[in-house]
Design a binder for this molecule. Structure first.
Ligand SMILES: Nc1ncnc2c1ncn2[C@@H]1O[C@H](COP(=O)(O)OP(=O)(O)OP(=O)(O)O)[C@@H](O)[C@H]1O
Length: 304
């Protein structure tokens, strides 16, 4: 699909309800949708121009152009694309951290835009984020139990917070004995799991995850990906997985969107996108991934 026109996931991007499970973010119903979103980062002042615009009035550094992405409960979508194609920027817009210059973001029937923390509390609970470097997002002064308890308190999540914290840590296999440690007293992998537990503890309806397992060893990757899959399957979570790993996209996600130069250039069932890519950008990603996983064999005796 060219230019990211509005589309729905094949597994139901329309207005739907969470199918249940225990995710309390599931009290929020409907699709999470970016519709025809454009965005440009502020640019340095041009000579004789207005901040952020060219002399002809067009936006400089138009980072996203007319991008649409619809996520549905109980489904996983992979967002792939080369470095700098705009994936993280789109995630920031979906998180209502950046305001699009055109287009809208909505959860169900409610449009969302950056604003007062109080007015976005419902949205921050419903849509959680796992950043690229989750461990780096943790306040080093806080203990694990404080780190997980803080968003529950700030977002006024209903229920027994102590129990929610314990349950989230158990899900990512962080032993309860580490609850009073601070990030500096944990391994990188443990910190990453704490950051993931922090997102899960508020029981979101949607999880936007930017390379969530890139810093973990292989068995732990498997554990975390299996956990995310089961949250989607059994508890109605909607997952957007930003990844450079097409194998992870194939394993986890029913649909895949491909970004290039700030546009969605292709969207469809993951197996179709990966098996017979319909855009040169998707084809290049598949080719690069194949070369990485199955490099041409070095003939015996040849220098490596
Ligand atoms: N804060 C910023 N100010 C100005 N330009 C930015 C800013 N953040 C990102 N950009 C630019 O916006 C474009 C898209 O960046 P973005 O981080 O969204 O790409 P990405 O696809 O997530 O890349 P990666 O896979 O490397 O994380 C890039 O050209 C980048 O340099």
């Amino acid at each position: 699909m060219s230019d990211g026109g509005a589309f729905s996931n094949s597994d139901g991007g329309g207005s739907v309800s969470n199918s249940g499970g225990s995710n309390s973010g599931g009290s929020v119903t409907g699709a999470l949708a970016a519709d025809r979103v454009s965005f440009a980062y502020p640019a340095p002042r041009f000579r004789g121009g207005v901040h952020g615009t060219r002399h002809d009035g067009t936006l400089h550094n138009g980072t996203l152009h007319n991008v649409s992405l619809h996520l549905a409960p109980s489904s996983s979508t992979a967002l792939v694309g080369s470095s700098g194609s705009g994936k993280s920027t789109l995630v920031r817009i979906l998180l209502a951290l950046a305001k699009p210059s055109a287009g809208t973001v909505a959860l169900g029937a409610r449009e969302v835009r950056p604003g007062l923390a109080r007015s976005l509390r419902w949205y921050r609970q419903a849509v959680q984020y796992i950043p690229q470097n989750p461990a780096g997002s943790l306040d080093p002064r806080m203990t694990v139990s404080q780190l997980l308890g803080e968003p529950l308190r700030q977002l006024r999540v209903a229920g027994n917070h102590r129990a929610l914290v314990g349950e989230a840590l158990e899900r990512v296999e962080v032993p309860a004995g580490l609850m009073e440690r601070r990030p500096g007293e944990l391994s990188g992998g443990q910190n990453q799991r704490v950051a993931i537990a922090r997102a899960l503890a508020v029981q979101p309806a949607y999880l936007l995850a930017d390379e969530p397992v890139s810093g973990l060893d292989l068995p732990l990757r498997d554990t975390v990906l299996s956990l995310l899959s089961s949250l989607v399957r059994e508890e109605g979570l909607g997952l957007l997985l930003v990844t450079h790993d097409l194998g992870t996209a194939a394993r986890m996600c029913g649909t895949t969107s491909v970004m290039a130069h700030g546009r969605i250039v292709e969207h469809g069932p993951t197996h179709r996108v990966l098996d017979s890519p319909g855009s040169p950008e998707a084809a290049a990603l598949v080719q690069a991934s194949a070369a990485l996983h199955f490099p041409p064999a070095v003939p015996a005796g040849a220098a490596p």
